[in-house]
Design a protein around this ligand. Structure first.
Ligand code: PNS
Length: 160
């Protein structure tokens, strides 16, 4: 039984994230999308909003669940009996940071492995930060996030 977690801030979830969720759900038996409750980070969407947005988009995947977590990822994984971490790699700029997290998590618990999926070429430029930057100026974000979220994102910036 391969239980994996795809952790992240997902503020907001993008087409790039959803692509990784869809592809990794085909590789593992059970996938938990773990939304980080990061108190120190000022997020655009509340934890509840982020969880519910991902739940809505993944409701048709039978082996995907969405949950929030706090504190260390390795501790949460022990709690839910997951041993695999899924992360997406977009470009070489992601690599150094991701390598460091993967290796430190493995040092913390040697049963934990990280699997990297290369981002779909179509979304290799995409990040939540890019979505927020364009949205904050009223730019077109229709190629970045699912339709139901476009207005929700603009609303956060008081853009109609
Ligand atoms: O989408 P993000 O913000 O790049 O995701 C980063 C995340 C959530 C994977 C990472 O910050 C994390 O696992 N945080 C939980 C705290 C933790 O375990 N820190 C040690 C590894 S960085």
């Amino acid at each position: 039984m391969r239980k994996a977690i795809y952790p992240g801030s997902f503020d907001p979830v993008t087409f790039g994230h959803l692509d990784i969720i869809e592809r990794s759900a085909q590789i593992v038996d059970e996938l938990v999308v773990g939304v980080l409750n990061n108190r120190s980070k000022n997020s655009l969407f509340s934890l509840e909003e982020r969880v519910s947005m991902i739940k809505e988009m993944t409701k048709d995947y039978p082996n995907v669940t969405v949950a929030s977590f706090e504190g260390l990822l390795v501790d949460y994984m022990r709690e839910i009996h997951a041993t695999l971490i899924i992360r997406g790699l977009r470009a070489v700029t992601d690599f150094e940071y991701e390598l460091q997290i993967a290796q430190s998590n493995h040092v913390q618990n040697s049963e934990i492995e990280t699997i990297f999926l290369t981002a779909n070429l179509q979304y290799s430029y995409l990040s939540s930060t890019i979505v927020k930057e364009f949205a904050s100026y009223g730019g077109d974000i229709s190629k970045f996030v699912p339709k139901p979220y476009i207005d929700k994102i603009y609303k956060k910036y008081n853009i109609k």
